[in-house]
Ligand binder design. Structure first.
Ligand code: SF4
Length: 330
């Protein structure tokens, strides 16, 4: 070990204030290794390794992922867009789904592979969405395959359960499966304004069908910028339906896809939730057609895609913390 290197390192880092970054020159992988081991032993942190230098953070950086509650950590939950076509064309659909949308279906075999690799990578929950997943006539096979390994939630507008689709619904497993049904308001006015005339009545019918068939149901509302005090009325309506706290979701619309107003989201503003579509891996399901949110075009191997997403999240958070400590506002 080079004593000159060690002396220079100690001198450079110990003279820097805690919470700041020192770019220390290194020439070889062996020198990088020395700096890493010194940082581990002395309570400092390697921020990044550049071509001719290593950035050392003065002090210990805790892993931003470890700091999250377990169920919020990237990779706990996997979202899959099985398809993008839908019987509706809601005016704030975050992925521009409609009856005319290119279906972009993930083939059944690939879906099975994805679930298998996700399980191997530690995924604990699966969420299936679209488009309207029940447009797929093989959705029942997918749900049977998925629930054998993971608690699975399928998002639906609950409007296509007729004829053969109703029979396939009836035959689905109840164990490990939740049907998350979109319902934006307790009366038709607001829901139909965004989702189309008659959609509220069909969705309510679907909620009762699912409950009567013994499925675990969650009802999810998306509130547009015109929602007013709809949330209070919704909560009362959820009470009347007998829904528990974990069976209700109320969220604001995001400015994505067809929505021309709503919350602005980005990679740096959202904790990632791995989302796989036929076109690649996205940072979050609310932005699954946004090119700025594409992490990689290939989900295989799943572990590598997940790792890339986690590393990027760490870098954003660490950079944010470093900046915050470099520019204290008070
Ligand atoms: S918001 Fe849901 S129901 Fe409406 S078009 Fe999009 S996928 Fe279909």
């Amino acid at each position: 070990m080079s004593s000159k290197l060690m002396l220079d390192l100690v001198d450079a880092v110990s003279s820097a204030p805690v919470g700041t970054v020192v770019a220390f020159p290194v020439d070889t992988a062996a020198e990088v290794d020395i700096v890493r081991r010194w940082c581990d032993a002395t309570g400092n942190s390697v921020l990044s390794v550049l071509d001719t230098a290593i950035e050392v953070f003065r002090g210990r950086i805790t892993d931003p992922i470890e700091a999250l509650p377990v169920e919020r950590r990237p990779g706990y939950r996997l979202w899959v867009y099985t398809n993008f076509h839908c019987n509706l064309s809601c005016d704030y659909c975050c992925v521009e789904s409609s009856p005319k949308a290119d279906p972009r279906v993930i083939p059944l075999g690939e879906f099975r592979d994805l679930v298998g690799e996700a399980v191997d990578s530690g995924v604990q929950e699966l969420y299936i969405t679209g488009g309207e997943p029940f447009m797929l006539l093989d959705l029942d096979e997918r749900l049977v395959a998925a629930t054998a390994f993971l608690p699975t939630t399928v998002l639906t507008n609950a409007m296509v359960w007729r004829g053969d689709r109703l029979r396939r619904l009836e035959a689905l497993p109840r164990q490990g499966l939740t049907l998350q049904i979109s319902l934006d308001s307790p009366t038709s006015e607001l829901h139909d304004r965004h989702r189309g005339a008659g959609s509220f009545a069909r969705a309510i019918e679907g909620v009762h069908t699912a409950i009567d068939l013994g499925f675990r149901v969650r009802v999810a509302a998306t509130l547009g910028t015109d929602a007013g005090n709809a949330e209070a009325e919704l909560q009362q309506f959820f009470d009347e339906l007998g829904l528990q706290e974990d069976q209700r979701v109320v969220r604001r619309v995001a400015r994505q896809g067809s929505a021309n107003a709503g919350l602005t989201v980005s990679r740096t503003s959202l904790i990632p939730e791995v989302c796989v579509t036929a076109e690649g891996v996205y940072w979050h399901p609310v932005a699954a057609i946004d090119p700025d949110m594409l992490v990689t075009k290939h989900w295989r191997p799943f572990a590598a895609a997940l790792s890339a997403m986690r590393d990027e999240y760490r870098q954003y958070r660490i950079a944010g913390d470093v900046l915050a400590s470099a520019f204290p506002c008070a």
